[in-house]
Design a binder for this molecule. Structure first.
Ligand code: CP3
Length: 361
């Protein structure tokens, strides 16, 4: 059964209003600051954990009905202003034949990592429509259930972050295999980035064609690079992705640990720059320019504290945004699994309430 959007919480500030989030993406004034949260559908929710007891993570992603259901879980419960499709940035890599698995307690693992020209040649060509039809089906199902009342965000990994998983074989602290390839086999690096950029354009345009109202490009781990290496080996490919997307759909460009890269990421493109909590939002916005919107940037760990403290931190971030049009409230990274659901509800409520104060509604 699809969860209903007609929960009492939707009589609140969010009012399941399609427009506020999309207006903020375009730097247009809004009645309150729209808010959604990365990993809003995830392990902190008991309903999600219950589903996960029955299905593996990949199994869940590949079941379009279940994925649509998970997408809608936080929408009714939290009164957020956007839904994000339940999927993963690594899904388009599986059909390349690299042996993607999600291992409990370890996260994603790629059994056959790509570390040489020869490995690169073994990668299978991916026809994205044939490879991940379940993602597009889940989007169509979730869109139908949302019924025009809330926007649906699609997403993909940016070429660098995807490449880092393919090369490292999983998460990494230092990205040494990746950096060795960048510096020692620049031809192989460029070929891989080119391949991933083309794949990502098809993947995101497929999501847009299936009904997504905005898309987020996750370059989660790009903060490991120096500005020089970002410019030389990444910027071009991320820009090619963003320029290849169907026009008219806002693009959120997000990374973590990117304090040294913000201007360059801006140069690569995006209508909204996603900020993590290590930067001051006011300062970061000034640096990227007020002609783009910003998204962020509460430290996810603050959600472990009591609601009064959460509220105080939300206010501090709203203060840094200064009521300027084009702020979308979010965390600086995904919700931590140990976060109490009531704290997340309290955050969304606080953002709506504090940002609506004193504004015409
Ligand atoms: O935000 C949402 O609610 C939408 C769903 C979503 C997932 N992954 C579901 C997921 C999104 C937007 C992602 C993106 C993603 N996936 C990123 C970029 C965002 C980020 O966190 O920086 C990355 C790097 C991945 C790769 C990935 N998938 C990792 C590193 C992990 C393991 C870490 C973890 O949190 O467990 C996953 C698994 C994953 N993706 C889970 C979820 C809900 C947990 C899987 C489980 O149920 O055990």
């Amino acid at each position: 059964m699809m969860p209903s959007l007609d929960s009492p919480r939707h009589d609140g500030y969010a009012r399941a209003d399609m427009r506020e989030f999309l207006k903020a993406c375009r730097c247009e004034p809004t009645d309150f600051t729209p808010v959604w949260l990365m990993r809003q559908a995830g392990r902190y929710m008991p309903e999600y954990r219950k589903l996960r007891a029955r299905f593996g993570f990949l199994e869940l992603c590949k079941n379009a009905e279940a994925a649509a259901e998970v997408t809608l879980l936080p929408v009714g419960r939290l009164a957020v202003d956007a839904a994000i499709i339940f999927a993963d940035i690594l899904l388009p890599l599986e059909p390349m034949g690299v042996g993607l698995e999600f291992v409990r307690g370890e996260g994603p693992v790629i059994r056959r990592p790509v570390r040489s020209e020869a490995d690169l040649e073994r990668l299978r060509e991916v026809d994205i429509q044939a490879a991940v039809p379940f993602v597009f089906d889940a989007i169509r199902t979730a869109k139908r259930a949302l019924n025009g009342r809330l926007p649906l965000i699609g997403f993909a990994g940016a070429p660098f972050t995807l490449a880092s998983y393919l090369i490292e074989g999983g998460p990494s602290r230092e990205y040494l295999h990746t950096k060795r390839l960048i510096h020692d086999e620049p031809g192989a690096w460029r070929a891989l980035m080119q391949k991933l950029a083309a794949l990502t354009v098809h993947y995101l345009n497929g999501q847009i064609a299936s009904g997504c109202d905005a898309v987020q490009l996750f370059d989660s781990w790009v903060g490991t690079l120096s500005p020089g290496d970002y410019r030389a080996g990444v910027l071009l490919y991320t820009r090619a992705v963003i320029e290849g997307l169907t026009p008219g759909v806002p693009v959120i460009h997000f990374g973590t640990g990117t304090a040294g890269l913000l201007e360059l990421m801006r140069e690569a493109g995006g209508d909204v720059m996603g900020l993590d909590w290590r930067v001051d939002l006011g300062e970061a916005w000034r640096r990227v320019g007020y002609d783009v919107a910003v998204q962020g940037n509460l430290d996810p760990a603050v959600l472990l504290a009591r609601p009064s403290e959460i509220r105080r931190h939300a206010q501090a971030i709203l203060d840094r945004a200064g009521g300027r049009p084009g702020h979308i409230f979010n965390l600086g990274h995904g919700i931590l699994p140990q976060t109490p659901v009531e704290h997340v509800v309290a955050l969304v409520e606080a953002v709506h309430e504090l940002s609506a104060k004193g504004r015409p509604r």
